[in-house]
Ligand binder design. Structure first.
Ligand SMILES: Cc1ncc(COP(=O)(O)O)c(C=O)c1O
Length: 374
């Protein structure tokens, strides 16, 4: 019976991951913002999604402290039971106002928001068209929904058009990241809005990384039905996710999404942090931070549309070596390998933040030039 022992199975599976060179474990980065230490060595991180540096903003930290003092550490219950605090509702109103929608609903994470929205609207009678490079939470949400899932060619609105034309009379959802997390390129949002409006499909946009755009005006006279999903954990420097859209859609999500209903409300302090961060994002200071970030991106890759800049090396081992050489110089840039990206496209993934200085980015650019020279 020993072949049935779970420990043997776990060892076998772990060995397979190791043999594929894909074994990973967290390493602690002792830091506030991009500068800190790993194992006592000074490091500048280019690996975080804290795009505007708001995790360390004094007003954001102060708002979290105040919420902690007022409401304590945890919400203690789901939103629909007794876990809802005024700050949750206030943030939902602020998010809806920011996104130009009637309503918004908070989730504990962006991952949970994608699961909740796709399972609320998807079902066996629905066709979900999903971009080939969508985030894992979209892939899982589409699977959980039990809808028929068709993967469309990356960022190809014409392909979506053809797929929808082949399914007349069918309720359909088109779902896409607006900025893709491994390539930092952007979806053709305006074209997708137009295609979805023409076919009566619901367009679900995941704007997790859209700190520098695109920022579509979906409330305009497009006729398209659009839900905007986002996370509080990147640009807003906190933790949580949301969906913003027409009131009747958001209310349905609140009453249907299991990842909203059967989970504890986000801690009030992180919600208050996100609310304060949103205030910064929408202020002149937010414009200045985005302007600085835009300039930093241009230093690394002129004209690139997002702060995620892939430096494709190709070979897995060479990419790992390059990341190790950068770390030796005190620059943390992760190596991204299969299965996260396609074989032969292993890369260094540079994530820039407004919290970086010009000097730090100049050092990075020089070091990247060195590791790319064979
Ligand atoms: C495109 C995209 N959507 C959703 C998520 C999940 O968001 P969260 O980290 O808030 O769960 C991420 C990354 O984490 C992401 O890159």
């Amino acid at each position: 019976m020993s072949e049935l022992r779970w420990v043997d199975w776990a060892d076998h599976e772990s060995d397979r991951v190791r043999a594929a060179g894909q074994w990973r474990a967290p390493r602690d980065f002792d830091a506030l913002g991009p500068v800190g230490t790993i194992d006592g060595r000074p490091v500048v991180s280019f690996a975080s999604n804290d795009y505007l540096g708001l995790t360390a903003h004094p007003a954001v930290i102060a708002a979290a402290h105040a919420a902690l003092d007022r409401w304590g550490t945890g919400a203690g219950s789901a939103r629909l039971i007794v876990g809802s605090r005024p700050v949750h509702t206030e943030l939902e109103h602020a998010l809806a106002d920011w996104k130009g929608t009637e309503a918004a609903a908070l989730f504990p994470t962006g991952f949970a928001a994608n699961l909740g929205v796709l399972t609320s609207f998807g079902g066996p009678d629905v066709l979900i068209c999903s971009d080939a490079l969508n985030h894992a939470s979209i892939i899982d949400g589409a699977r959980f929904s039990r809808a028929e899932v068709t993967v469309f060619h990356h960022a190809d609105a014409d392909h979506v058009d053809r797929l929808l034309a082949e399914a007349p009379g069918r309720r359909a959802i088109v779902v896409t990241d607006t900025v893709f997390s491994m390539d930092g390129d952007v979806a053709p949002v305006d074209a997708l809005v137009e295609v979805c409006a023409r076919h009566g499909a619901l367009l679900v946009l995941d704007e997790a990384h859209a700190v520098l755009g695109p920022d579509p005006d979906v409330a305009g006279a497009t006729g398209a039905e659009v839900l905007r999903i986002g996370t509080l954990s990147k640009t807003l420097g906190a933790l949580g996710g949301y969906v913003a859209g027409p009131r009747r859609f958001v209310d349905l999500v609140v009453n249907r999404a299991r990842s909203y209903i059967f989970t504890t409300a986000p801690p009030p302090a992180t919600t208050a942090a996100a609310l304060a961060a949103l205030g910064v994002v929408r202020s002149p200071e937010g414009d200045a931070l985005r302007g600085h970030l835009r300039r930093l991106v241009d230093r690394v890759a002129p004209g690139h549309p997002s702060p995620i800049v892939p430096v494709v090396i190709g070979d897995e081992a060479a990419t790992v070596t390059a990341a190790a050489r950068l770390l030796d110089e005190g620059l943390l840039v992760p190596a991204i390998r299969p299965p996260t990206v396609a074989p032969g496209t292993s890369r260094l993934r540079v994530a820039l933040s407004a919290a970086h200085t010009d000097e730090q980015v100049d050092q990075l650019v020089a070091a990247l030039a060195e590791v790319r020279t064979p």
